[in-house]
Design a protein around this ligand. Structure first.
Ligand SMILES: [Zn+2]
Length: 82
């Protein structure tokens, strides 16, 4: 089985795939995300969004972050460097 363990304390009590939510003005929920610009053209700005997911240890509180769509972000990153 593919069990995830905490890197700090070795616990298997891992809260998986939670999103990090920010409550902005008017209590509007916004999940924190990474944005990578696809072009440097200011009139044609496209960006790729990667929603941040967190895994939290239910024993020591250690938190690991990852994005939902790393491959898509990597593609956009490569394009943005041209
Ligand atoms: Zn832990």
């Amino acid at each position: 089985m593919n069990e995830i363990k905490c890197k700090i304390c070795g616990s298997i009590k891992i809260i998986k795939n939670t999103t990090i939510t920010d409550f902005s003005h008017g209590n509007i929920e916004k999940n924190l995300s990474i944005y990578i610009q696809k072009t440097d053209n200011a009139f044609f700005n496209k960006s790729v969004k990667g929603e941040i997911q967190a895994q939290i240890c239910g024993d020591c509180g250690n938190m690991d972050l990852k994005v939902r769509n790393p491959k898509e972000l990597w593609e956009a990153y490569l394009k943005s460097k041209n």
